[in-house]
Design a binder for this molecule. Sequence first.
Ligand code: 13P
Ligand code: SF4
Length: 321
Amino acid sequence: MENQDLLQERRVSPLLDLVSEIKSLKQKLNAVILAHYYQESEIQDLADFIGDSLQLSQQAEKTDADVIVFAGVHFMAETAKILNPGKQVLLPDLNAGCSLAEGCPAELLQKFRDRYPGHILISYINCSAAVKAISDIICTSSNAVKIVNQIPEDQGIIFAPDRNLGRYVMKMSGRKMVLWEGACIVHETFSEKKILRLRLGNPDALLIAHPECEEPVLEKADFIGSTSGLLNYVTTSEATEFIVATEPGIIHQMELKNPSKKFIPAPPESGCSCNECPYMKLNTLEKLYLCMRDRKPEITMEEEVRIRALKPLKRMLEMSK
Ligand code: 13P
Ligand code: SF4
């Protein structure tokens, strides 16, 4: 019965103009909507700020809004909460997780870490608050190489949870690191063979890839970067065609900024749409409206965990300047 009531309560009239409702709720709550590039286009179009993980955390750190509505995944909203304990942080769907975060529980990572005494732990921001709390420094795909390059050469490093980003950082920095064996379910689906075939059919197209892709794809890429790095590259490049090896949500901004250029999403191994992040796509315009109307689901965490997680996050923000 309770579930029935809940369903009733969360039903939205099809006559409701969700876009104008969200805009007026934004004013009423003094809220800011932060969106990641992998969100649906209609959500991106409503956001106050769209960015990669680093830009979104920088934006969360400096906002003076009372409420942060995070159109992204759980670890991103959690990061905003770690930085803003006094603000309410809303996420349209609490199940919007991340395979990297889910594949790296803090207790197991701590046991892994204990096997390498004297090493520091650098964790990719795609992890839980509990993992951040046992880490020394956080990084994102846009600053990982810069951060590792600032660590003294004789200092051992454990890198978690993404082994593909870890390998890429090792290659770019020339540093050896101990890697946790995690991966992104989306970036691992890109098929090297299908990309090669696409290149034959589009000989002028450049291949651009996110560092979460596997090594064989990265080896063939003309450019590797975070989502904002990829967007910036296609905007400043003289080339006019690109094969995009990351979640296709980013193509919306690529097309808006470069209406005359052609963007081809890199194909996954099977004929599925598994190049789309199933977690990111859990957020819909309707859920965005409901979370603002009901001021839930809300991100909460133990203060003790938040304080420990804040330290490596602040270190990252300092080291990225
Ligand atoms: P960016 O920081 O490059 O936006 O990456 C986030 C992410 O989840 C990639 O899969
Ligand atoms: Fe996580 Fe991959 Fe989705 Fe990014 S694309 S949120 S790394 S599952």
